[in-house]
Design a protein around this ligand. Sequence first.
Ligand SMILES: NC(=O)C1=CN([C@@H]2O[C@H](COP(=O)(O)OP(=O)(O)OC[C@H]3O[C@@H](n4cnc5c(N)ncnc54)[C@H](OP(=O)(O)O)[C@@H]3O)[C@@H](O)[C@H]2O)C=CC1
Ligand SMILES: O=C(O)C1=N[C@H](C(=O)O)C[C@H](O)C1
Length: 267
Amino acid sequence: MSGGDADLRLAVTGAGGRMGREVIEAAADREGVAVAVAVNRTPTDPVAGVAVEGADRLDELLAAAEPDALVDFTGPESAVAYAEACADAGVPMVTGTTGFADAQLAGLRAASEAVPVLKASNFARGVAALRRAVREAAAALPGYDVELTETHHNAKRDAPSGTAKSILGDVESVRDDLDERVHGREGDAPREAGEIGVHARRAGDVTGEHEVLFAGNRESIELTHRAGDRGVFAEGALDAADWLADRDPGWYGFGDVLDADGGDAGQ
Ligand SMILES: NC(=O)C1=CN([C@@H]2O[C@H](COP(=O)(O)OP(=O)(O)OC[C@H]3O[C@@H](n4cnc5c(N)ncnc54)[C@H](OP(=O)(O)O)[C@@H]3O)[C@@H](O)[C@H]2O)C=CC1
Ligand SMILES: O=C(O)C1=N[C@H](C(=O)O)C[C@H](O)C1
């Protein structure tokens, strides 16, 4: 499928994965959007009528199809390789992949010197709202203990989640007295000043949940986001691709898309 008449022609990597499939299905349901290129590392049957090619053919497929943007949900190593392919082909890249090491992030940033690259740990609009609320609560509750719990399906590889790391960064940007992330506790482990507790649960088919607890001595509040299904991430990624297609080379986040939408993402 070339999607010749579509307003937004996409390439999708990781097309056989949970999120890749979701993106292709969301694109099929959205008017004016077509998937011109879909690749997967492992040979895979067509998804929503879109043929899935081997990822080793990505360079030639990008050159032939010239898509408006590529949407990637894979793994850190492949995301960096695909960013290099995008830079070579002049294709803007949206990536929702998480779990990057610092050196891999530098690889993504290098690609953003040639093409626009938008990276987001979570494409749910509700998570953007959660993060605003967390920053506000952190500022309003100095000295309160903060503990973050995230829950995901039992096949998730990276822990804590990319979203959890983003939220931790939000709290730390407001609370400079919190400087030690404690991943679970065991044994004689009373809470020390400066700690943020981080707890990653993996169970069943949970799509994704993030809960931030602020507790003082006589009161506490919990801020929670629950993703109902992966479609919410796919829709956000398509919004991001649509927005990114016309941008100049550079480094962007989902907050840029939401700000342009009239929201106040502040991410
Ligand atoms: N930002 C957001 O809103 C969201 C982000 N995510 C993130 O997206 C990523 C993918 O999640 P999900 O779809 O659930 O994962 P899946 O395991 O279902 O799919 C991963 C896909 O990436 C491919 N892949 C993985 N590693 C490599 C590699 N080294 N080289 C080439 N291809 C590779 C897999 O290919 P193969 O089939 O051959 O294994 C598969 O197609 C994760 O990092 C996850 O955290 C997930 C949901 C929302
Ligand atoms: O792997 C997932 O499933 C998810 N990953 C993202 C993350 O690591 O934050 C976003 C979402 O929570 C689902």
